[in-house]
Ligand binder design. Structure first.
Ligand SMILES: [Zn+2]
Length: 286
């Protein structure tokens, strides 16, 4: 799932490539992906792209006259920039991976795509991004929150730090992958409780959050948008690396179920060498 660094890099890429270009046409192939009907998709035609921004994991393509295409890429969504399209024929609604296509006046443009059968990509054409429910409820941004803001946000929600870090209403931008990386960098157990973190631990967690996300943004920027996904994977130390050695200490990265997914961590770096109990597994065994 694209998280803050990937979306930040996509916004950066669009700022370089699309700002200043006018829209020829916005085509909707996946009717269910566009969550708004007023303004209509035709309202974008003829407008220039003036900016691209990020709110949490949301991407905002800004058009002149104050129109915004706000997109949440969900689990399997992505933005593919095309230097040219093979055909000028408008997309037909169908079952392909392309949800929305934006054609620009120089023949380039971008496709919002979603792989798989579960269609969760959500796009909103709005005059104010704050009317998008997911944007309105976002907590402070994970990349820019200062320590006081970060600490207040996390302490305000009692729970396991893994779950709290990924709650978008607490902190915007962090998902399953980068929360594993942040907790590994901070040497914290994913099951540590937020209201029991010491001031030192909170400061370490805050610094780790900014460093992990900042490094990932730097790695992703300058890459072509199509290559960003591969870049993300190569920079990870524990996430999706179950059974592989921790690059910091050499211990074996372990996995435990969490919420509706799983998390990865290093016992030596994060939990005093002790493996975490897998609650789902122990319930089954019993
Ligand atoms: Zn380790």
């Amino acid at each position: 799932m694209p998280e803050l660094p990937e979306v930040e890099a996509l916004a950066g890429y669009l700022r370089q490539r699309a700002v200043g270009r006018r829209v020829d046409r916005l085509e909707v192939a996946a009717i269910s992906a566009l969550k708004t009907y007023d303004p209509a998709p035709t309202a974008v035609a003829g407008r220039a792209v003036t900016d691209a921004r990020r709110y949490g994991k949301f991407l905002d393509v800004v058009f002149d006259g104050g129109l915004h295409l706000v997109v949440h890429l969900a689990r399997a969504g992505w933005l593919h920039y095309r230097e040219a399209f093979a055909s000028t024929v408008p997309l037909r609604p169908g079952k392909g991976p392309i949800a929305i296509r934006v054609r620009l006046d120089d023949g380039s443009g971008f496709d919002l795509t979603e792989a798989g059968t579960q269609k969760k990509l959500a796009a909103y054409l709005v005059t104010d991004p704050q009317v998008v429910p997911g944007v309105a409820k976002l907590g402070p941004d994970a990349l820019s929150a200062d320590l006081a803001t970060f600490a207040a946000a996390l302490r305000g929600r009692r729970g396991q730090v893994k779950g709290v870090l990924t709650d978008q209403s607490v902190l915007g931008g962090v998902g399953n992958a980068y929360s594993d990386e942040i907790l590994h960098a901070a040497k914290l157990s994913p099951f540590a409780l937020t209201d029991r973190l010491s001031d030192d631990q909170m400061a370490t967690l805050h610094a780790a959050t900014r460093r992990v996300l900042g490094d990932a943004v730097t790695r992703s920027l300058g890459q072509r948008a199509a290559e960003l996904k591969g870049e993300k994977r190569s920079g990870l130390k524990v996430h999706a690396r179950t059974g592989l050695p921790c690059p910091v200490c050499g211990d074996t990265v372990r996995e435990v179920s969490f919420a509706d997914s799983s998390l990865q961590y290093c016992p030596t770096c994060q939990t005093g060498g002790k493996p975490l109990a897998d609650r789902r597994l122990s319930r089954l065994v019993r």
